[in-house]
Design a protein around this ligand. Structure first.
Ligand code: GLP
Length: 254
């Protein structure tokens, strides 16, 4: 595990965008695993800027998103389809047919989960998976639970996640209770994982991610078992991390 310790959100966004750019330059037809939430917004903005300057080309890139709210159509401004269009896809030359998200409007839950797992499989796996971190340690919408979920599943969101995401909705009552999310197995099968973390509100979750017991009650703790994780985190997010906590010497601080 490598941790890039940066000062603030701006530096985190730029460093993370550099890592994604390197992936796109080294493998122009790579598969990017994409995340939503406020944390990667700055990273996506930076990628758009570099694309517009002519430094990046997404013509052959394929993408697969982690999750989508159940019951929200792509036109709904709070859907992750809408988010991706707004924050990334509309500003780069990725082909619409190469971008994938779960269908939040699917009526047959099991069929949609199977369809989405097959989408990921057909792509041959994810080269670089971008992840944000929920305050409770969720990744994608894999909420704390008794067992790590394997494939795509429909999740009943926890009250804390609904409350945290209510800030994006004009009416907090409208936050969906359910979402489709890829499973932990899918995330763990990515060749490389880039976790971006910013702010004090994530400090406890980040500490548990790195040093807590590997436990589905903190889903992000499973990342300790992945062979190639890069974390870009700012000072506030790292405020509970003491380098001497790394007894195993597994973590390389950059
Ligand atoms: C949502 C998303 C996650 C994201 C998390 C953190 O629940 N499904 O993929 O990582 O929120 O969001 P934020 O970055 O806004 O704190």
């Amino acid at each position: 595990m490598r941790i890039y310790a940066v000062k603030n959100y701006e530096e985190m966004s730029r460093k993370a965008a550099n890592i994604v750019s390197a992936q796109v330059i080294l493998k122009p037809d790579c598969v990017l695993g994409l995340a939503t939430g406020s944390t990667p917004e700055g990273l996506y903005k930076q990628l758009k800027d570099w694309y517009q300057k002519g430094d990046l080309d997404f013509a052959q890139v394929k993408s697969v998103n982690l999750d989508e709210y159940r019951g929200l159509s792509p036109e709904n401004e709070q859907s992750y389809h809408y988010y991706m269009k707004k924050h990334l896809f509309s500003g780069i030359n990725i082909k619409a047919e190469n971008t994938h998200l779960p269908n939040g409007m699917a009526e047959d839950e099991a069929a949609e989960c199977m369809r989405y797992d097959n989408v990921v499989k057909r792509m041959g796996g994810v080269d670089l998976q971008i992840l944000g971190l929920g305050g409770n340690g969720h990744i994608g919408f894999n909420e704390p639970c008794e067992n790590f979920a394997k494939g795509t599943h429909c999740v009943h969101l926890t009250e804390s996640t609904i409350a945290a995401n209510a800030r994006f909705f004009d009416d907090p009552e409208k936050v969906p209770e359910y979402a489709f999310s890829v499973g932990i197995r899918t995330i763990m099968m990515a060749k490389k994982i880039l976790l971006v973390v910013s702010g004090k509100g994530k400090a406890d979750a980040l500490h548990k991610t790195l040093f807590g017991p590997i436990n589905p009650r903190v889903p992000s703790s499973i990342l300790q078992l992945h062979p190639d994780v890069i974390i870009v985190a700012d000072e506030e997010a790292l405020s509970q991390i003491d380098r001497s906590d790394d007894k195993s010497g597994d973590i390389y601080f950059c």
